[in-house]
Design a protein around this ligand. Sequence first.
Ligand code: FCB
Length: 514
Amino acid sequence: MMRLVLPLVALTSLLLGGCPPPDEGPFGEDFLWGTASAAWQVEGDYDPDPDDAFDVRSNWTVWTERGCVTDGQTNDVGSGFYERYDDDFALASGIGSNAYRLTIDWTRVEPEDDNWNDAEIAHYVDVLEAARAEGLEPMITLWHWVVPTWVQNPTEQDGFDALVMDPGPDSFFVAEFEEFVRYVAPSIAPYADLYSILNEPFSVISGGYLNGECGGGAFPPGRPLPDLDQAKAVTLNLLFAHGYACAALRELDDVDVDGDDVGALCGQAMSTPLMRPLIAGDADDIAGAEQLDWVVNRATVAALVDGNVDIDLDRAFTTTMSDDPDLPIDEGFYPQLAGTLDWLGINYYGPMRVDGLPGSSIGGLPILDVADYNPSLPHSTLGFAIEAEGFGELLDSFAVYGLPIYITENGLGDDNDDDRAMYLVEHLDELAGAAERGADVRGYFHWSLTDNFEWAHGFDQRFGLFRVDFDDPALPRIRQDSVDAYEEVIGTGGVTDASRERWVRERYASDTRP
Ligand code: FCB
């Protein structure tokens, strides 16, 4: 797959009229420099009004109570954002950023089916107003993995799970998610145009249905795994959830906030690792990397751009699994999905290495082994390989779609902020390179402004530009040196030689190679 990329990029840049004139720099004047967050990671289970009739318990609350997060951690208030969003927005605008990605949390708004908590909508409106008052353009996520317990309740292995039920356009999950989006859209429309409707469906598919049951990085619902049928069911439900939510937003949000005559721009923050073969030149590994690149990085785009759904993941849109009586819906073209991506959201943390295992398969799919950790590269505290060049390569491979691109997440788990500044500068340098080669890059959202609850790993993983002292009940924010690096790049509108000299060292502190 990657071998096809460069010629296509060159072609795209020719069609787009080549590189921007040199005096404009790689990023346009309206470029969004932001930071990204997710509601439950920064708000936790904080209940603003414990005496009201509404509960804030979600699938992730239950998951933490089951002890499925490292050391049995629970998430009472996240980083305290629910109460101190004003202070955090002041920090964000203080470093010169002009955008902020956040979630409107379904659980808070509709804690029980059809029982709406309008006080929470009013709260989110306050948050959005506060963001704009600080000069931050909000990007809104509507599903960042957390759902009310009436949608998914992972109390036990066979707990209720609408995500896998009746997969397809007519499922309960799709209808209920659309209803939530329709309910909130009119209130939030005046504040934002950019919707990263769903965040990383693939992480939930793999973390919840393919890779582990409880603990060790697993996500809810914690079923006996792997379950490929359920993984496919979730995939389909999330595709249609995106499509129908996009239609609802386009219908209900006609408030043009950013002056381009459009009220709602549908996007998705996708998990997009660069897939490399474990051994360069090994035919099975190359085939495995190409297959996984399709499954993780391309199949969603094919569905949401062209409307073509590849259920058996064979890179064609007519099924070859004629022996599978359980295919939930027909493979092929779905008009309700076509054209529902106005822009692409790239979440890039690093490359993955794919070990293609010849001859074995589950349900017609080859078995692949994927390693995040690569002993020949430096790595984050979560074990992700660090490789900025991979970012540039990945962006080239997404530029071929000709759609605007936002980096919806990029960041580093780094306990002591040893490597974050260099990581930032190197990745922004690659971003600039991709823009110069023709990628239509419109914004960069660093993950994250502050430390927060890192899902299955809890508070142990620190991604914040501002460190949070979780031992102090006041949850003070402590500015890290890497903030200087981001502030500098934002200030100059790109990476300069001076920034490179200041921040890029010979090697990362985490680089343990000899
Ligand atoms: C991404 C998630 C985000 C955060 C980062 C570190 O996969 O979307 O919420 O946890 O990883």
